[in-house]
Ligand binder design. Structure first.
Ligand code: UN1
Length: 514
């Protein structure tokens, strides 16, 4: 597809002067060396973006601290109005932003548009939530007393995001954070800086139109300095981190050292259990979307298939046939279903994992090869005869590799399912109500997300999103995840003429002196 890049950048307010060095704070600033944004489909340069120095970092943080002070005094429903306006602007820019995501990240255009829709969805959710920052009231054990809790803003929230959802995960965090009364500082992945700047430009528009303090700001960094600063900075009340468990562990330690708060959304190693009675007409498309979609670069990607031995040959045969139908290529071409991986490092990790699986005794029944450049394309890959305890199966490789593991009855499938360090998303395909409920029970899946007859990826924003074990325990997006962005205050009000103590304590033995 021929794409007019200049027209696209203009539609997103990304003219050259904005994407270059920028010394004046306008939501972001960078006076350091430039970072290249590259198209992973052909390795061409899209833009060069100035990165933050230590001074730039401080300027952005100071502006965020001042913004948070002003913003916390704005009533929450009015804060929701800012998010509502941003949601409207995102609707207007959905096509352009979806295209930019496809260009810079390599996910197909339909998924790029889907990512913007996810931002719009969370914007709508956050607008409603702005009027529902509910606290509880409790019945005091003392007469003439009232007890209640209320939720106050935290201050400055740091959001560190990964390349694979370059903008949606920021929106989950930032839009709830905004209605909760915080200023959000965003450190996007250095692999997708332009999508982040495009979103910042949209934020800048709303901030200017509504005359708001700079509640959304951005730090572009090519390495890990800015993330490390956010983790160590006592001005940052909450650090929300999306990325690998290895980096999440480091961030969490630094944040814990200063008694800051952390919200972690780290690695997944998601499996689908295919029971003997599963409807294979549902299983096959769910597995292909889960394992091949986004070129296997979602944290919710299906990586393990735990298939009942009686149907394993049939499932593999049908999967091979379905994989052969997946067009790989230019993510902007409407017929393409799989684009490239993000960079050469990702291709090397793919190649290493396939070699390791082969050496362990796995049979590559589909794919297995990286394609020659330009671009970072690999084949979607199925490894048959895999074993759950192989080190390569135990770790998350961000690539479209599906390990097919044969298993017996449901208890065996569940025990294999849970025998990995990560705990994000999971699914079972079965027609049995008993097996479905067993999978969802306390002795079933140990993941934060557990589905029946749908795949592991593609969660809606309305539920709380996140996982257990080395996934980090955080919850973002819907349900009551907003509470992570606020501090809770419990208040007891005595409207009586006495001063009774809790737990019936008599202090001072009834003497009138006290
Ligand atoms: C991620 O991969 O970091 O459930 C987020 C999904 C998407 C979000 C994935 N809604 O697959």
């Amino acid at each position: 597809m021929s794409l007019d890049r200049n027209a696209l950048l203009a539609r997103l307010d990304l003219q050259a002067q904005n994407a270059g060095a920028c010394a004046e704070p306008q939501g972001w600033r960078g006076t350091g060396p430039t970072l290249a944004s590259r198209n992973p489909s052909d390795e061409s340069l899209i833009a060069e973006i100035a990165t933050v120095t230590a001074d730039d970092y401080d300027a952005v943080l100071e502006s965020a601290v001042a913004a948070a002070r002003a913003w916390r005094e704005v009533p929450a429903p009015k804060r929701g109005e800012a998010v509502r306006r941003l949601g409207l602007l995102l609707r207007e820019k959905k096509d352009a932003l979806g295209t930019l995501i496809a260009l810079e990240n390599g996910k197909i255009k339909a998924e790029g548009d889907g990512e913007v829709q996810e931002m719009i969805d969370i914007a709508d959710f956050a607008v409603g939530q702005a009027r529902m920052l509910y606290g509880k009231t409790m019945h005091s054990e003392r007469p003439g007393h009232r007890m209640y809790e209320q939720w106050h803003p935290l201050g400055v929230v740091g959001v560190i995001t990964a390349f694979n959802f370059p903008v949606a995960v920021w929106a989950w965090n930032a839009l709830l954070s905004a209605v909760c009364g915080n200023a959000t500082v965003w450190k996007p992945s250095p692999k997708t800086p332009l999508a982040a700047i495009a979103v910042q430009q949209l934020c800048n528009r709303i901030i200017a139109e509504l005359n708001l303090p700079p509640i959304f700001t951005l730090l572009i960094d090519s390495g890990r300095d800015a993330a490390a600063r956010l983790a160590a900075d006592p001005r940052v009340s909450l650090v929300s981190f999306t990325g690998s468990s290895a980096v999440g562990r480091q961030i969490a330690q630094v944040v814990a050292e200063r008694f800051g708060r952390c919200l972690l959304e780290c690695s997944g190693n998601n499996a689908i259990i295919v029971a003997a009675d599963a409807d294979l007409d549902l299983v096959i498309p769910a597995v292909v979307f889960g394992a091949v979609g986004t070129a296997g670069q979602r944290c919710t990607t299906t990586r393990r298939l735990l298939v009942h031995e009686s149907i394993e040959p049939e499932v593999v045969r049908r999967l091979e046939a379905a994989y052969a139908q997946v067009p790989i290529g230019d993510p902007l071409e409407p017929s393409t279903l799989m684009g490239p991986l993000i960079d050469a490092t990702a291709v090397a990790a793919f190649t290493r994992a396939v070699a390791e699986a082969r050496a362990a005794g796995g049979t590559v029944v589909y794919g297995g090869n990286a394609k020659t450049g330009p671009g970072f394309f690999v084949e979607p890959t199925i490894v048959r005869n895999a074993r759950n305890d192989w080190p390569v199966v135990q770790r998350e490789t961000f690539a479209p590799i599906l390990y097919v593991i044969r298993c017996g009855d449901l208890p065996e499938a569940i025990s294999l399912h849970n025998a990995v360090p990560q705990g994000l998303s999971s699914a079972i395909f079965t027609r049995s109500l008993r097996d479905a409920e067993a999978f969802l029970s306390a002795t079933g899946s140990d993941c934060g997300i557990a589905n029946v007859n749908i795949g592991t990826s593609g969660a809606e924003i309305g539920g709380a999103f996140g996982g257990e074990k080395e996934t980090g325990g955080g919850r973002e997006a819907g349900s009551d995840a907003w509470q992570a962005y606020m501090r809770r205050q419990t208040s007891t009000i005595n409207w009586s003429r006495e001063l009774p103590l809790a737990q019936g304590i008599k202090f001072g033995g009834g003497s009138n002196a006290l």
